[in-house]
Design a binder for this molecule. Structure first.
Ligand code: BEZ
Length: 396
């Protein structure tokens, strides 16, 4: 006979049955040690500001839950991954084997997250991804223990193809850093734009994290497209937007982007960003009670304004709160933990999100325009966008 937890709770108490602790099934006894979260984020380099928000948002969600998950205290171990894919597997292994973390959390850079996915899969360690949009993480490499609370690189990019086409643009140049995020974001835009009859006439890539754009801006001017679509984020986005305006291109060739281009960067970009159109799953000014409360709480806790990266981190924390709450903090109840997380619907500051079968958020993508130093929402570019999850074999 197989003994389920329900059997034990029902019949065990009826018959006064006692079992040795080692034979007790899942979450029959509480584990009392702290739950350890291994945080891998870039705290230095072009993505440093994204890493800071990625930690703060997580802390805010945990603090709102008394720094506990399923009743157990939480301990955070941090590691600066320097947005370096080459060191990612060793860094993730150090957190899992050296620091014995129960949860792996991170990161920002798509190349780094792929190293984390590999190690998390090998060890069946829960991985929560608060930013990096690598398609493979919820595509061919999807797994029960891999969750992403942010986006796939395709998601904010694809709807911009229609936005551009509807504005009457028929040719585009795309540009980015040469790595997964840039290539996938440009690919998403191209798919949306060309499906309607537009044409991407040139693709320009520079090594990550280079910010010497002059020669490429000359190439763009010479190509004379109707518009330019780019993926840049963090410090690189600040430099690109300023250089684009300084080169005199802003007035003649409209610049479009995935919203990372103007996210957390507007103060530094100043006048150069005014008027830019981007698509993203968040905007600071979203008129939602959860967003207002989140932004006020974040400012109070950290003395700074939150941005998208803080939102995604906060949602990651809330997802952990829900999941571990369902298993009462029992880290051994992996199947139940993953099932509870997969079924979670979050009241996110960006609006409600649920998770697809591949564990990626299903969410609205907003069309935003920079006005007076703010990303103002013009409307929803596409509702309830789910990543196609090409290559993911997991069933809901
Ligand atoms: C990425 O590498 O996936 C990424 C980095 C910054 C912003 C968005 C995506």
């Amino acid at each position: 006979m197989t003994v389920s937890r329900r059997n034990v709770l029902q019949y065990g108490s009826m018959a006064g049955l006692t079992l040795a602790a080692s034979s007790l099934p899942r979450f029959a006894i509480g584990q009392t040690a702290k739950i350890k979260i291994g945080v891998m984020l870039p705290f230095t380099g072009t993505y440093a500001a994204l890493g800071e928000q990625g930690l703060n948002g997580l802390k805010l969600a945990l603090q709102a839950n008394g720094n506990r998950l399923g009743g157990r205290e939480v301990e955070i171990v941090t590691l600066d991954d320097e947005a370096d894919p080459a060191r990612a597997p060793a860094n993730a292994t150090k957190l899992i084997k050296g620091d014995n973390v129960d949860v792996l959390y991170g990161t920002v850079h798509s190349g780094v997250v792929m190293g984390m996915v590999k190690v998390a899969r090998e060890n069946d360690t829960l991985l929560v991804i608060p930013n990096a949009g690598a398609g493979a993480a919820t595509g061919p490499m999807c797994a029960p223990n891999i969750f992403r609370t942010s986006f796939s690189n395709w998601q904010p990019a694809f709807p911009m193809g229609k936005v551009a086409y509807d504005k009457g643009y028929r040719t585009a140049v795309v540009m980015s850093w040469k790595y997964g995020a840039g290539e996938e974001s440009n690919g998403g835009f191209k798919e949306g734009f060309e499906a309607l009859g537009g044409k991407v006439i040139k693709e320009i890539y520079v090594p990550f994290p280079d910010v010497e754009f002059q020669a490429n801006l000359a190439e763009i001017a010479a190509a004379k497209p109707d518009c330019v679509y780019v993926f840049f984020a963090g410090g690189g986005a600040v430099k690109f937007v300023k250089d684009y305006a300084a080169a005199g291109l802003k007035q003649s060739i409209p610049l479009l982007g995935a919203g990372f281009l103007t996210e957390g960067t507007l103060e530094a970009q100043g006048e150069a960003a005014e008027g830019l159109l981007t698509t993203l799953h968040y905007a600071d000014g979203l008129d939602l009670p959860t967003n207002k409360k989140f932004r006020a709480d974040y400012k109070k806790a950290f003395g700074k304004e939150a941005d998208l990266y803080g939102v995604q981190a906060y949602d990651s924390g809330m997802l952990l709160v829900t999941g571990f709450g369902a298993v009462k903090g029992d880290t051994r109840a992996k199947a139940e933990l993953y099932a509870a997380m997969g079924k979670t619907v979050l009241d996110s500051p960006r609006g409600p999100i649920s998770f697809s079968a591949s564990h990626n958020p299903i969410q609205d993508i907003y069309l935003r325009q920079v006005k007076k130093g703010q990303n103002v929402v013009l409307g929803v570019a596409q509702k309830a966008v789910a990543d196609p999850a090409r290559g993911c074999k997991m069933q809901a």
